[in-house]
Each structure stands twice: as structure tokens, then as C-alpha cells.
Design a protein around this ligand. Structure first.
Ligand SMILES: NC(=O)C1=CN([C@@H]2O[C@H](COP(=O)(O)OP(=O)(O)OC[C@H]3O[C@@H](n4cnc5c(N)ncnc54)[C@H](OP(=O)(O)O)[C@@H]3O)[C@@H](O)[C@H]2O)C=CC1
Ligand SMILES: CC(C)(CO)C(=O)C(=O)O
Length: 322
């Protein structure tokens, strides 16, 4: 199998690097300064144990397809359609992204779609470099066919990833894992806005409780935090890398001044479902709105006092209950 990783940032870069180190054919798709850095100097992968520069082939757009190609999509959710648009539609696509909307969006265009629930703490702040903080393995994945099931290709990818140091489990209900992870990722916006200041956990809990109520009302199955922790076990602990700052994927979007953020697909998913099922979602509405504003105005991550965010959420919640 040749793995074509579209969006070779924190997650895509780490997956591509690990598969390449595991002896697999990999092609990284990137753009701008990151592509130039990959083309001229290879990908620098920093882990708690080593820093290596890997000569992984890179391109800035579609290449002649091979029969054994698989597209691994690792862009943020808001970039899914544009990133896949130029690729031949007979190729299988694996969505290695947070959120629950990508698989459905891709299935509209590509017939063979796989979901991958990605637990992989990684960082991409400068062109040509990614850092992965997982220890002893970089990441833990659940992988299955979308909307459900398992097939030979899923089993083959699971074996390739696992042998490459990314512990992967094949699952017939991948979306259940992705909905469970979504509840965890409702804290991404809080972290992006306030960093992990005291008060972070309380706001994350409020966003999660609201998300849980919405999923329950919608009758959507989700994995529990305990299940997620047990699946991960001691396979992926977090080890800081000296000299590197650390923040989740949404924090990094603000740190890089990308101008967009994934909150519309994380907190926004709960808001959307809340509207569909008649459940108020003031906490996630404010998080979606403020994270979007920070991205558009290119404000630095962590620059909103947690008290200010809490006050905005309290005001919106009070207005809803009046
Ligand atoms: N970072 C993390 O620790 C984790 C992230 N995730 C999830 O994984 C997914 C990817 O996140 P992450 O790796 O952090 O994101 P990154 O922003 O680090 O990487 C995404 C990359 O995709 C590139 N890209 C976007 N559109 C295109 C395009 N049309 N063609 C080529 N390249 C493109 C971006 O380029 P550019 O910079 O120019 O926009 C960027 O380099 C998200 O869904 C995220 O929520 C899941 C677990 C952990
Ligand atoms: C919490 C984490 C790092 C887990 O993979 C993540 O999903 C993110 O940064 O978006």
C-alpha cells in the first residue's frame, strides 16, 4: 500500500513519518513554506527520545495514482473539501481527523471511506518540523469502515500502523469512538482561548456535560472517557519535549495565526445537534463564537482571561433559561 498523507501537519506528518520509518511507501502532500521545507530538507520529527530528519517524498498536489494508493486525510475539518477535491474519486480515503462530519462529507464524493479516531498529541508550529509527545508509542487509533464495519483494507492498515509504532485497533463502530472523542475535544476551544489556566477544567466540564446531554437526546452512541483511557492504557503517555511549548490542535491554529479554527466542527457540532433536537447549547455556542473570532482577528492563544470567558458563558446561559 502507498500512503498518501494529505495535510502533513502535526498528525499527518507524524503518521507519515512513522509509516515511513516502518518501511512503507509514503507521500506527503503539503503546501506553501511547509511543502518547500519538506521538498528541500525532508521532514524533521521530534519525539521525547530523538530528533530525526526523514527524506520522505513530498508533493504539493495530486500525482499519478497507483492501484495500491490510500489517501490519509489529516487536514483540519474546515479544509476537507478543498484538500480532497483534486484527487481521483476511486481512491479509498481514511479520515484521520477530529470531529464527526468529515466521513459523511467525503462519502458524498468518494465511495470507500474509513474513519480513524486519532489520539496523538502532536505539534506543528514551523515549516518542515513536527513534534510528537506520545510515549512509548506516538499514538493510539481506532480504525474502521464508515459508516460501520471492518474490511481487509482496514485490517491491513491496522497492521501497518501498529508495526510502525502507532497502536491501532480495528473496530466495527468507529463513529462511536469519534463521538466520544468529540466530547473531549470540546475543551480545545477553552484551551485555545485561555490556555490551561485554573478554571479550564470547569469550563471543559460544562461544555462536555452539554455535549453529552445533546448526544443522549439525539440517541447517538459514544465511547466513555473511561473506555478511551482503558483502550489507551499505558501505550501512549504524554512526555513533554524540552524547549517546546505544548498546546492542542486548536491552540496551534491560533499560535500559527492560520485565520481559521476547527471549533465550527467541534463545539459547532454540538450546537448543530442541539438546534436539531431542541436542546439549548449556550456553553458551546460561546466557545464556537469566541474561538472563531480569535482566529479571524488573529489574536494570540491564551489571551482571554478565563474569568471573562466564564462570564460570557454565564450571561448566555442565563439568557437561555429566562
Ligand atoms: N495536533 C494534534 O495533537 C491532534 C490533532 N487531531 C486532529 O487531526 C486533524 C489535523 O490536525 P493537525 O495535524 O493538528 O493540523 P495541522 O494544521 O498541524 O495540519 C494540517 C495541515 O494540512 C494542511 N492543509 C490544509 N489544507 C490543505 C490543502 N488543500 N492541501 C495541502 N495541505 C493542506 C495545512 O496547511 P496550512 O498550515 O497551510 O493550512 C497543515 O499543514 C484535525 O482534525 C485535528 O483536530 C487529532 C488528534 C491530535
Ligand atoms: C487532545 C489531543 C491532543 C488528543 O489526541 C487532541 O485531540 C487535539 O489536540 O486536538
Amino acid at each position: 500500500m502507498r500512503y498518501i498523507v494529505i495535510g502533513a501537519g502535526a498528525v499527518g506528518g507524524t503518521i507519515g513519518a512513522r509509516l515511513f520509518q516502518g518501511g512503507h511507501d509514503v507521500l506527503l502532500i503539503a503546501r506553501g513554506a511547509h511543502y518547500e521545507a519538506l521538498r528541500t530538507g525532508g521532514l524533521r520529527l521530534i519525539t521525547p527520545h530523538s530528533t530525526e530528519t526523514l527524506p520522505i517524498p513530498a508533493a504539493d498536489g495530486p500525482v499519478a495514482p497507483r492501484e495500491d494508493d490510500v489517501l490519509v486525510l489529516a487536514t483540519k475539518s474546515q479544509d476537507t473539501i478543498a484538500a480532497l477535491d483534486p484527487w481521483p474519486r476511486h481512491l479509498p480515503v481514511v479520515c484521520a481527523q477530529n470531529g464527526v462530519e468529515n466521513e459523511r462529507t467525503v462519502l458524498r464524493r468518494f465511495a470507500q471511506v474509513y474513519g480513524m479516531c486519532v489520539w496523538l498529541p502532536a505539534l506543528h508550529l514551523e515549516p518542515g518540523t513536527v513534534a510528537a509527545y506520545g510515549h512509548p508509542h506516538s499514538g493510539m487509533f481506532h480504525l474502521g469502515r464508515y459508516p460501520q464495519g471492518v474490511d481487509d483494507r482496514a485490517r491491513q492498515m491496522t497492521a501497518d500502523l501498529t508495526k510502525s509504532g502507532l497502536v491501532t485497533v480495528t473496530t466495527p463502530d468507529v463513529m462511536r469512538w469519534k463521538y466520544g472523542k468529540l466530547l473531549g475535544n470540546l475543551g480545545n476551544a477553552v484551551e485555545a482561548l485561555c490556555e490551561r489556566a485554573p478554571g479550564f477544567e470547569a469550563l471543559h466540564e460544562r461544555a462536555r456535560a452539554e455535549g453529552t446531554a445533546v448526544l443522549e437526546e439525539a440517541g447517538i452512541l459514544y465511547s466513555s472517557p473511561q473506555e478511551e483511557r482503558e483502550a489507551r492504557g499505558r501505550k501512549v503517555d504524554l512526555l513533554p519535549v524540552e524547549g517546546l511549548s505544548r498546546g492542542g490542535s486548536s491552540w496551534q491554529s491560533l499560535a500559527r495565526g492560520s485565520g481559521t479554527i476547527e471549533a465550527d466542527y467541534l463545539n459547532g457540532e454540538i450546537v448543530l445537534l442541539g438546534r436539531e433536537y431542541g436542546i439549548p447549547t449556550p456553553v458551546n455556542e460561546v466557545l464556537q463564537q469566541e474561538a472563531g473570532r480569535f482566529a479571524r482577528e488573529r489574536l494570540p492563544p491564551g489571551s482571554m482571561p478565563v474569568e471573562r470567558l466564564t462570564a460570557l458563558i454565564d450571561e448566555r446561559s442565563a439568557a437561555v433559561s429566562r
